[in-house]
Design a protein around this ligand. Structure first.
Ligand SMILES: N[C@@H](CCC(=O)N[C@@H](CS)C(=O)NCC(=O)O)C(=O)O
Length: 223
């Protein structure tokens, strides 16, 4: 793989620092040992026709990758990007097992993170971070929180006493970790000790720490 560029925001409010979804892509690239650059964007870029051609919704992340022959690939959606990286990193077996059945199980967890857990987590985070003072949000919050608790309890049961969702760290754990992190303003993950330990285990990975430091360095540059 040739040059890799990932889009990220120049600025975000404090509640989003360390959670912006380019973190997923940075982490996958770090796990795969693929060097990358970032392109920092702001609201004008998000609205531009040029950026919309790369990301129809004006969001981050986008990954632009050139292959060694010079042809380029532009991808959006963090799940699709992370999977693409995992497939390219196959030789290193770093994010997806080589065995086809184990590979499908890992991909299943990636979808579970994005499709069965994140919508509920995002719903609660949206209520708390954007609408907390609205009357409707106060009424809706208990139900939204209960749904997250239910999903976390179910996830904790599936994890059991394993270190990872399958028998080793995969792209599914990477995505699940970034989804659980969205709840950091609550004590919901802490209320599930096995899940809290799992989250800490995944976050302790050196590749995660490098990815997080790279995102945070944009928002809080060293003096
Ligand atoms: N499903 C998309 C969601 C991307 C997303 O929500 N990006 C946020 C940052 S974490 C964003 O760009 N928000 C600004 C906006 O929606 O205008 C993905 O996973 O890539």
């Amino acid at each position: 793989m040739g040059r890799i560029v990932v889009t990220a925001f120049k600025w975000v409010p404090p509640f989003a620092k360390g959670l912006v979804r380019d973190l997923r892509v940075r982490w996958a690239l770090e796990e795969a040992g693929l060097p990358y650059e970032h392109r920092l964007i702001g609201p004008e870029d998000q609205a531009s026709a040029e950026y919309r051609a790369l990301q129809p919704f004006g969001q981050v992340p986008v990954m632009m990758a050139e292959d060694d022959q010079g042809s380029s690939l532009e991808l959006f959606e963090s799940g699709a990007i992370v999977l693409d990286i995992a497939e390219r990193a196959e030789a290193g077996d770093s994010l997806l097992p080589a065995d086809p059945s184990k590979r499908s199980r890992a991909i299943t967890w990636l979808f579970a993170a994005l499709n069965s857990i994140e919508p509920h987590v995002q719903n609660l985070a949206g209520i708390d971070l954007f609408y907390a003072s609205e009357e409707w949000a106060k009424l809706r919050r208990p139900g939204a929180e209960a749904m997250v608790q239910k999903r976390l309890s179910e996830l904790a049961t599936a994890l059991g006493d394993k270190d990872y969702l399958e028998d080793r760290f995969t792209v599914g754990d990477l995505m699940m970790t970034t989804v659980l992190r969205i709840l950091r303003h609550t004590d919901l993950v802490a209320a599930e000790p096995m899940l809290a330990a799992y989250l800490a285990r995944c976050e302790a990975r050196p590749a995660f720490q490098r990815a997080l430091a790279a995102q945070m360095a944009v928002f809080e540059p060293a003096e």
